[in-house]
Design a protein around this ligand. Structure first.
Ligand code: KG4
Ligand code: ZN
Length: 344
């Protein structure tokens, strides 16, 4: 079973090939056009996907030493994300599926992040608590299997990644700012300033990061009306990182305790953060639970995680119900289902 995965939900154009032997390629083309605007311009993102998608898919196939005629299904992110960006990837996938008479498998982007640790770990014990923490989402899940999970907590306002990006913008650090805050923060004192840990003591498992954003804005206006001198940036970044990491860890540990679960997975762009990772490792060791993170390349948006889901879904449905399949089948104008190729 060979699955081509395509991801284009935000500002990364990505394609990957996943087979029964594992991941064979994962090509990610990141858009740099947005950095000077301090955030993503959706129209520009869609245009950049159109520009790069053919090359990215071709390179992923070449690197995997695979031809389209060997691909059994195309998995593609269909939601959630920027509509214009999603349309580029899903139409490209449907076109490929239609022309090669193979299924196109719709994949939820959050599920992609949620299960991304499975790309590298084959010994994860379920059930687990999974934290998906990215630029668009901060959610906690109780995961029972590779296709059954329950949302147990969510952000009430901003996502943690959004808080990182907004703070970076206030500090004049460009977009995306999470990684810049991380790099600077590693050189600073995390106790230098105390920023709010939203909802940390609440009994529920929800998050709130809008208060932190406002607190940083007020703090900067009060202490640095002329702008922050370069030498003070590390301490501010380290203190912001500490506040975000602490809330994420405390809430996730609370979820694990409530559900009596001893495995935790953390994924999504913010899971690349050095302090988030070290904070989780320290807490996990203290509480004697296992915490897993994807490697850095699979934390941020990538098609490998989409191809993995496609491969899992296709295997689960092999020769059974293919009603989850859109694309080739859905696009046939004569109403007949496209025949699915099976290879030995
Ligand atoms: O998963 P992702 O690539 O896209 C979404 O699904 O949103 O996550 C992107 C987010 C951005 O907000 C980015 O600033 C943040 O992840 N991010 C980081 C780091 N690397 C990426 N935040 C903190 N520290 C990092 N090292
Ligand atoms: Zn994402």
């Amino acid at each position: 079973m060979t699955v081509l995965g395509i991801e284009s939900s935000c500002d990364e154009t990505s394609a990957a090939v996943y087979t029964d032997q594992g991941l064979l390629s994962n090509i990610v083309s990141s858009q740099t056009v947005h950095s000077k605007f301090g955030g993503i311009i959706p129209e520009m993102a869609s245009r950049a996907h159109v520009e790069h998608i053919s090359r990215v898919v071709r390179t992923a196939l070449e690197e995997a030493n695979c031809k389209m005629s060997n691909v059994d299904a195309v998995a593609v992110t269909t939601h959630p994300g920027l509509h214009g960006s999603l349309i580029v990837g899903s139409n490209f996938a449907k076109g490929l599926a239609l022309s090669h008479n193979i299924p196109a498998i719709p994949v939820n982007h959050i599920e992609g992040h949620l299960y991304s640790p499975f790309l590298e770990f084959d010994d994860i014990t379920l059930p687990m608590i999974a934290l998906v923490v990215s630029g668009g989402h901060t959610s906690l899940f109780h995961v029972e299997s590779t296709d059954a999970y329950e949302v147990v907590g969510n952000t009430r306002d901003d996502a943690a990644g959004e808080a990182f990006d907004k703070v970076a913008k206030m500090l004049g650090l460009g977009y995306p700012g999470g990684i810049v805050i991380d790099t600077l923060g590693q050189k600073g004192n995390p106790q230098a300033f105390s920023f709010p840990r939203g909802m940390i003591r609440d009994r529920n498992l929800d998050f709130s990061f809008s208060g932190l954003k406002t607190a940083v804005r007020v703090f900067l206006a009060e202490h640095y009306p002329q702008g922050v001198p370069e030498q003070d940036l590390p301490d501010i970044c380290a203190s912001v990182m500490e506040a975000i990491a602490e809330v994420l860890v405390v809430k996730t540990m609370k979820a694990a305790k409530k559900r009596g679960v001893r495995t935790i997975a953390v994924s999504g762009g913010v899971s690349a953060n050095s302090r988030v990772r070290s904070f989780f490792h320290e807490a996990a060791e203290r509480k004697n639970v296992r915490v897993v993170f994807p490697s850095l390349e699979y934390c941020t948006d990538n098609a490998a995680m989409i191809a993995w889901i496609g491969h899992t879904k296709a295997q689960q449905s092999l020769e059974k119900d293919l009603s989850f399949v859109t694309g080739a089948a859905a696009l046939r104008s004569d109403g007949k289902k496209a025949k699915r190729k099976t290879r030995g």
